[in-house]
Design a binder for this molecule. Sequence first.
Ligand code: URA
Length: 204
Amino acid sequence: MATESNREDYLTHLAQICSNCTRCELHRGRTRSVFSDGNPHARLMIVGEGPGQNEDEIGVPFVGKAGQLLTRMLNAVGFDRQQDTYIANVVKCRPPGNRTPTQAEMAACFPYLKRQIQAVQPLILVLTGATAVKGVLADPRPISRIRGEWILRQNIWCMATFHPSYLLRNESKEKGSPKWLAWQDFKEIRRKYEELTHLSSPTQ
Ligand code: URA
């Protein structure tokens, strides 16, 4: 098994390779590749779609408005983004005009995400939005049908939820609204996290 520093070295090496990647056409428009944020030893991993303009400029995922909402939702259920989560996207380079990445772009980039998941070995994987669901679970169901459900894949508990950008476009917090449903998802993610981290703790 990889030692703690091995894991960090490995991911740093992978990020370096990614920054020079030309596996798909998205590399032509990038300012920076956007590899990850957070803690490579976190038990909770979050996957988004791909960098937007802010992320492309800064080189860190989820730093724009959607990212700030994600951070607030994590905080609201007691997670510290830097300490408790590892964050990555399905594609590491910004699609022009923030369009949805194509199947070919997702496939070209998947080896990075796959290795990130293998290195981090999260207990829980949160998939934000349809692209993350397609990219990781290859499940064609719309996000409104698949969200909120636990799916066990290769020993990792996966949960799809709405993408924070979608939540920003849907203001209502009424029962049954996307924001309300996402809040249920995040509370359930916290519950599962407690359950799994207690089970995996050698002291309890
Ligand atoms: N949306 C995403 O899916 N990922 C980001 O990093 C930023 C916005």
